[in-house]
Design a protein around this ligand. Structure first.
Ligand code: HEC
Ligand code: HEC
Length: 212
């Protein structure tokens, strides 16, 4: 119960911090861990491992890696699937089969695994420039300012690790943010970020980020 309470407080804190930040504060300290028990989480995540991998690396391009992902981010996604703030045929139903404590434990388990790593593919100067600097003239912010160098999200636990994530999964998420099919980011920030990206830019960004 104490774990769960800490977890909720940490979540609220992260929400408040985010609400007060329009740009990204890369110098901010990492949020406290979600407070789950990773040892229990390893057992409780048995039904997840068939798809997401025992080590949090999936073998299907459309199923995201969870290895090294921030516990607070993973926990938020699971709660969003439970509440309907984020929808997906499989995850919406599976997420409802776990309790609040299991959700925190499982998130802690995957967070503690060796972080997902790209294979260096997807080199693309235009995508790299967009990732690092954005495009001020078109109102596209730097991805790196929030997601960190190589998309490894050092600053704030609500900004997910994206570097080394599967390309097909990244592509789908970027299209869904742009169309509004996914709209669960704080203040709709990701919907705004990707609004001006072209199909070709989404394709090359997904490849570039996946390779990091
Ligand atoms: C049958 C396969 C399957 C199983 C079993 C499964 N998942 Fe998933 N999971 C998926 C797919 C596919 C997605 C991608 C959803 C999307 O495209 O939005 C996903 C997405 C997620 C995400 C979002 C990741 C991100 O980067 O935003 C989390 C978190 C997650 N799953 C956790 C779990 C947990 C925890 C379990 C076990 C309780 C579980 N999944 C079981 C297939 C599965
Ligand atoms: C102002 C901060 C900010 C900027 C800039 C930003 N992001 Fe994000 N991004 C977020 C947040 C916060 C989330 C998590 C949303 C949630 O809670 O579901 C996210 C989520 C994502 C996801 C989903 C990850 C997953 O595992 O499902 C992808 C992909 C992504 N961002 C790509 C990008 C790209 C590409 C750019 C640059 C064009 C970018 N982001 C710029 C804050 C940002």
């Amino acid at each position: 119960m104490i774990h769960l309470r800490n977890f909720i407080i940490a979540g609220l804190l992260a929400g408040v911090l985010f609400a007060g930040t329009t740009a990204c504060a890369a110098d901010m300290v990492r949020q406290p861990a979600a407070g789950g028990d990773p040892v229990a989480g390893k057992v409780e995540s048995g039904m997840c491992q068939g798809c997401h991998g025992a080590e949090g690396i999936s073998f299907v391009d459309l199923i995201p890696n969870l290895a090294g992902q921030h516990a607070l981010y993973t926990a938020k996604q699971l709660r969003d699937f439970q509440s309907g703030a984020r929808t997906h045929q499989i995850m919406s139903s599976i997420s409802k089969s776990i309790s609040g404590t299991e959700l925190a434990d499982i998130s802690a388990y995957f967070a503690g695994l060796k972080i997902m790593q790209g294979d260096g593919s997807g080199e693309n100067p235009a995508a790299e420039k967009l990732f690092r600097n954005g495009d001020l003239a078109r109102g596209i912010p730097s991805c790196m300012s929030c997601h960190g160098v190589n998309g490894k999200a050092p600053a704030i636990a609500t900004y997910p690790v994206i570097g080394g994530q599967h390309k097909a999964y990244l592509r789908v998420q970027l299209f869904h943010w742009r169309s509004g099919d996914r709209s669960n980011s704080p203040d709709g920030v990701m919907n705004k970020v990707v609004k001006k990206l072209t199909d070709a830019e989404i394709e090359s960004l997904a490849g570039y980020i996946s390779g990091r």
